[in-house]
Design a binder for this molecule. Sequence first.
Ligand code: 9MR
Length: 373
Amino acid sequence: MMKIHYVIYLGCLLAAGPVKSQQVQQTTATKEIPSLKAVFAGDFVIGTALNAAQVEGRDPRAALLVPQQFNVATPENVMKAAPIHPEWGRYNFGPADALVEYGRNNNIGINAHTLIWHSQLPRFAQQLQSIDSFRLFFQEHIKTVAGRYSGKVLSWDVVNEALNEDGSMRKSVFLDKLGDDYVTEAFRLAQEASPNTVLYYNDYNNEQPAKRAGCIALIKKVQAAGVRIDGVGIQGHWSLGKIPLKHIEQSILEYAALGIKVAITELDIEVLPRNFQGADVNQRMQATPSTNPYVNGLPDSVQQQLAADYRALFQLFLKHRDKIDRVTFWGVNDGNSWLNGWPVRGRTNYPLLFDREYQPKPAFWAVVGLKNK
Ligand code: 9MR
């Protein structure tokens, strides 16, 4: 099963081409900015989340930058259940088809996200009372959506965020209606509908010891049922100056020991005040004047800390490049990150490697510099 995995990614890696040392030089002209996918060719593929405007080409600077920098992409929203399956028996495939087409035209592989998630679940599914109807929705949804993109996407996040922080199963509608075998069942159905696609379990904070233990138990349960699971996604929504490097490294080792690949699937670093860690979209924070401190720009000290954090992370990823197949950022530039709107609306955040003008930040050069010694 891992063979499929390598062959798929090899195509992307070959497409990235060799790294030329003169590419790695500090400049602001887009055509001279080194390409992340080329710099890390041979280590892991580099991805980004894409929004609808970027896929539809409404953002000309993204249209230039994305194919230059990234060899894989994840739909930020359009393949989630609510947008793609809004009513019983009715699917809205247009935006997801456009993404697949965009990928084909730009030599970008698609990491599809996500089949089964308690959030962004269509209203009709939330309202189903009978267990049989809910099970039918669950089965039809996976068969239809995974089936449509079989052979057209590299991977699926089959199940997203099924765990609580203590490693127990989240009390979602899936657990409630289908019992705790639903994760195994989802992987079985995804494998049937899309046999040559890499299948991941994906979560945030699953590098933390308790949640990691729950994640390992979940993966072992799927494996023990004889059902294929190829990889685990560590989302990577981390906070400035608090990157849990030890836990991340331990997680990479423990997950890889299960015989599966590790991917960093939604990387960003929160630089604004926050009183909790992770990415539970139901958690919110009160807006006060002190929660949005960098409206007029990021102070140099914070910029340097961000660069140091990214550098340390990529150093760790490179150390374990035999176990990591992908590093995906959750957004192209700071301006389109979800962290401008969560957990407080209307903030000015700086979590990525490119600024609002699509220019590389010090963090970009810190990461690229690791390969240019
Ligand atoms: O970035 C996504 C944002 O645009 C959506 O409003 C949000 C809604 O649930 O989901 C965001 O993406 C999430 C991802 O799908 C799963 N992990 C956490 C991500 C950030 O919330």
